[in-house]
Design a protein. Structure first.
Length: 270
């Protein structure tokens, strides 16, 4: 069986710039040291930085060895701005959830307020209007649900361990601190018409007259809102004006509702 031909690069490799160049681009000593004439004129600091950038650029795309990972982590904290910036980019490509997982370990919820004003679909596919608010307090271990439609407020006290487990699940499994970014939530301003005086109109308004220009839309109703205070006293507020309930907010709603809704197993068994 014929041997598989391997691809050979033309020229000689420079370990500083990482390029293959013609032999005449190297001096005698440079050829032996794998440093081209252009790179040999650089200072020692410039050579070291160029070699580091070259290594960062050529790190394997797959799983890194322990030594490569340790080296990359050190380069993220490098004193050279260009090296540190590139190292952060490469590190994020290899470990996209590293920063998120690091934040999880630092976040402990003290109080959580979660309200919904939208339609929720049950297990049979039936849509039900929901206008409720849940509050959870880690210190008092009190969980409260307010049903605005029924004008009913219920509270119960959880075991301290159960409350901690609940709030830890909200951070570690639902990653509530990332909802604004994950769901690309922003203010509702992008869905409104801007108020522009007639003298500032341009061709985008077409042939509208002053009386025909569409009026600004009223602000949409809030679909759901989260307010959090962490043990380090930082706060977070996330608001969604979307017309639907996203998966993780929906999961949180049903998880909290289970504390107040009676079990249906008895009916299922009949």
């Amino acid at each position: 069986m014929a041997k598989k031909k391997t691809k050979h690069h033309q020229g000689h490799y420079c370990k500083i710039c990482g390029e293959y160049k013609a032999n005449e681009k190297f001096s005698g000593k440079g050829h032996a040291a794998h440093i081209c004439k252009a790179c040999s004129s650089l200072s020692a600091e410039e050579k070291a930085e160029a070699m580091t950038i070259n290594r960062l650029t050529n790190l394997p795309f797959g799983r890194l060895s322990d030594s490569d990972k340790s080296w990359l982590e050190n380069r993220v904290r490098d004193h050279r701005p260009e090296v540190a910036e590139l190292a952060q980019e490469v590190y994020h490509q290899h470990f996209p959830y590293a920063e998120r997982n690091k934040r999880k370990k630092q976040l402990i919820i003290n109080t959580l307020t979660f309200e919904l004003h939208t339609e929720v679909f049950d297990e049979y596919g039936d849509g039900l209007p929901v206008n409720v608010q849940f509050t959870a307090d880690r210190i008092s271990c009190v969980l409260t649900m307010t049903d605005f439609d029924a004008d009913v407020k219920q509270s119960l006290t959880l075991d301290g361990k159960k409350m901690s487990t609940l709030l830890r699940w909200v951070v570690h499994s639902l990653e509530i601190f990332m909802w604004e970014e994950d769901y690309r939530l922003a203010s509702d301003d992008s869905d409104l018409f801007f108020e522009v005086s007639p003298e500032d109109w341009d061709d985008d308004f077409g042939d509208f007259t002053a009386d025909e220009v569409p009026a600004p839309r009223p602000e949409k109703d809030i679909c759901w809102k989260v307010q959090i205070e962490y043990t380090d006293h930082t706060t977070q507020e996330i608001v969604s004006y979307q017309d639907y309930l996203s998966d993780r907010p929906e999961e949180l709603y049903f998880a909290l509702l289970e504390y107040f809704e009676p079990e249906m197993n008895d009916f299922d068994e009949e």
